[in-house]
Structures are given as structure tokens and as C-alpha cells.
Design a binder for this molecule. Structure first.
Ligand SMILES: CC(C)(COP(=O)(O)OP(=O)(O)OC[C@H]1O[C@@H](n2cnc3c(N)ncnc32)[C@H](O)[C@@H]1O)[C@@H](O)C(=O)NCCC(=O)NCCS
Ligand SMILES: Nc1ncnc2c1ncn2[C@@H]1O[C@H](COP(=O)(O)OP(=O)(O)OP(=O)(O)O)[C@@H](O)[C@H]1O
Length: 286
């Protein structure tokens, strides 16, 4: 006998499609932001030889269905192994769209889990506040995300960086419910918006705040511990001078971009978390 279908939440299809649209829009907002140190944008490829903005666009449009499906799964309280299956399928779709280039691995994980939590939170009838979404994420899948962080199966650049340099990375972020998104990226976005400097400046401030704080396995993989300390030092200096409140911020962000390209550094983890913070900013009501 087929398993009983879960009860429908009113308007759920429209809700899932809206969240998926906002997730793709958030990835687009990250891509088009400039100057982003070492990262790919519409202006240049940063430190990357194997991908352009077009590679990211192809990947992004291949992911829309995934974001809708994982929001739907979250609404119906799907177990972690079901979310993981959707994530693995989405990674395969991304690799097909990019001819094997990793454009959104971290974003699939982080924005995917956030979409699931947003779906679960909406289905419970609770207001979509950042605090509620975070609590829902930890309550629903916190234990499995913790176990996922010690999964010994991976043979990725991230797992090599973790064992060579004791860096943490995406799995550890996930294990703690992506605290950098909720406690660093989103507050930085909101502070700059509240100060009236607009969305572009808010995204720049959030990116630098994240670069200053996280342990990014992309950076360790390409630049080792010296690269990681360069990224943190430059980002902290940018933040300490007031970020985009400083009149010469754009010249300093461009100089940082040039330095990172010269050293082949690319803070891809911070870029993913910025995309996630943009999604929360668009979805939450407080
Ligand atoms: C956990 C993931 C990211 C794989 O981790 P892994 O250690 O193998 O990969 P790796 O460290 O190379 O990271 C992947 C990406 O994460 C990003 N990243 C790096 N550091 C960080 C950080 N500190 N915080 C957040 N993201 C980061 C980078 O952009 C990087 O490209 C994920 O791809 C995964 O588990 N996939 C399997 C499917 C799954 O379980 N999905 C869950 C539901 S969506
Ligand atoms: N705008 C962006 N530019 C570059 N990377 C980004 C951007 N946005 C997100 N990222 C993240 O950075 C990762 C790409 O990193 P990179 O190509 O350095 O890693 P890799 O494929 O693991 O290793 P490598 O190409 O060095 O062998 C993507 O997985 C993505 O999550």
C-alpha cells in the first residue's frame, strides 16, 4: 500500500515557489555584487580560472526546483536523510549544468537547510522571524546536522583542508545551525540598511563581516593558514574602519580584491553565507 500523503498546508505550492524564487534571487544578488575580494562577479572572474558569471547563472537556474522541493520537504517535517537525498540530487544537477564545476556546493547545503527550516516554520503557523527559523532548524534537524559534521565519508577539498589545518568549514557551520548567518551576516546586513546606506553597501558589509569571522575551507585549500590569516586580517581592517560608512570604502574593497586575486585567494564560504543571509533578510519579518 502506498504511504499516506502528508496533509496539504493551504497555499503550499505557491509558498514553496516563492521561497525558491527568493533563494535563487539571493544567489544572484551575491553573484552580481562587486567588488567582492577574489570572487566571481559580472565584472571579472576574481581568483578563478575555471568559472565565469555564466557558469554561476547556469547552476543557479538548475537549482530552482531543488529549493522548492526542499521547502516542501521541510513543511512536511521530512527526516534529514530525505533532505540529504534532495541535496545530493541538486549537487548532481549543478554539476551537469556547469560541466563538472563546483559553483554552489556550499550554497546548496546552507540555503537548502534554511529553505527546509523556513518551510517547517511556516507550516507550524509561527511568524517567520530569524530567531524562529533558527530554532526550527535546530529543533528539526540539529542532531543529524551534528552527526553530519563528523561524517568520515567525504573526500573533498574541504575535508582535506579540515584535516591538514584543523580548519572547520561548512559541516561545522551546519552542525551549529549556521550561526554565522544568523549572528554575523544577517545583523551586518540589517545594521547597514538601518543606517540608510542601501542594499549594495549592506551586502558588502555582511560579506566582510563574514570573511573576518569564519573558518573558510576554500581559503585554507587555496592559501593555507597564511591565506586564511590574510583574509581575516584584511576583512577585520575593513570592518574596523567602519566598513561602507567610511567614504573611501569602495577603493579599499577594490584594493582587497586585487590583493586576493594576486594571491589566488577566494572566500567562497563567506560568499555562500552571504547568499544565505540575503535569503533570510528577504523572507523574515524580524
Ligand atoms: C556539507 C557539504 C557542504 C559538503 O562538505 P564538504 O566538507 O565535503 O565540502 P567542502 O568543505 O569542500 O565545502 C563545500 C563548500 O562549502 C563552503 N564553505 C567553506 N567553508 C565554509 C564555512 N565555514 N561555512 C559555510 N560554508 C563554507 C565552500 O563554498 C565550499 O565550496 C555538503 O555539500 C553535503 O554534505 N552534501 C551532501 C548532501 C547533504 O547532506 N545535504 C544536506 C541537505 S541540503
Ligand atoms: N561568487 C563566487 N565566486 C567564487 N566562489 C563562490 C562564489 N559564490 C560562492 N562561491 C563558493 O565557492 C566555491 C568555489 O570554490 P573553488 O572553485 O575554489 O572550490 P573547489 O572547486 O572546491 O576547488 P578548486 O577549484 O580550487 O580545485 C563554490 O562551491 C561556491 O560555494
Amino acid at each position: 500500500m502506498p504511504a499516506p500523503r502528508p496533509a496539504a498546508v493551504p497555499g503550499e505550492r505557491a509558498f514553496c515557489q516563492r521561497i525558491a524564487r527568493l533563494a535563487v534571487r539571493s544567489l544572484y544578488a551575491e553573484l552580481v555584487l562587486y567588488p567582492k575580494p577574489g570572487l566571481v562577479s559580472l565584472v571579472d572572474n576574481g581568483s578563478h580560472a575555471d568559472m565565469t558569471a555564466a557558469t554561476f547563472l547556469r547552476s543557479m537556474f538548475a537549482l530552482r526546483r531543488f529549493f522548492s522541493d526542499i521547502t516542501h520537504a521541510g513543511m512536511h517535517d521530512a527526516p534529514f536523510h530525505a533532505l540529504k537525498r534532495l541535496g545530493i540530487d541538486a549537487e548532481a544537477r549543478m554539476l551537469r549544468a556547469t560541466a563538472g564545476i563546483n559553483t554552489h556546493r556550499g550554497a546548496i547545503f546552507c540555503l537548502g537547510m534554511l529553505c527546509a527550516a523556513i518551510g517547517r516554520c511556516h507550516a507550524s503557523g509561527a511568524a517567520l522571524t530569524a530567531g524562529r527559523v533558527h530554532a526550527t532548524l535546530l529543533d528539526g534537524w540539529g542532531r543529524e546536522l551534528g552527526a553530519h559534521s563528523v561524517d568520515a565519508e567525504a573526500h573533498s577539498n574541504g575535508s582535506r583542508a579540515r584535516s591538514a589545518y584543523a580548519a572547520s568549514g561548512a559541516r561545522e557551520e551546519g552542525a551549529r545551525g549556521f550561526p554565522s548567518v544568523f549572528h554575523v551576516g544577517l545583523p551586518a546586513l540589517r545594521r547597514t540598511l538601518d543606517a540608510g546606506r542601501g542594499m549594495r553597501a549592506a551586502r558588502i558589509d555582511a560579506l566582510f563581516a563574514l570573511m573576518a569571522r569564519i573558518s573558510d575551507t576554500n581559503v585554507y585549500h587555496r592559501g593555507g593558514p597564511e591565506g586564511a590569516s590574510t583574509v581575516r586580517r584584511q576583512a577585520r581592517a575593513f570592518v574596523a574602519r567602519g566598513g561602507t560608512a567610511s567614504p573611501d570604502w569602495e577603493a579599499r574593497a577594490r584594493a582587497c580584491h586585487r590583493d586576493f586575486v594576486a594571491a589566488r585567494l577566494s572566500p567562497g564560504g563567506a560568499a555562500d553565507l552571504l547568499g544565505a543571509a540575503c535569503l533570510l533578510q528577504a523572507v523574515t519579518v524580524g
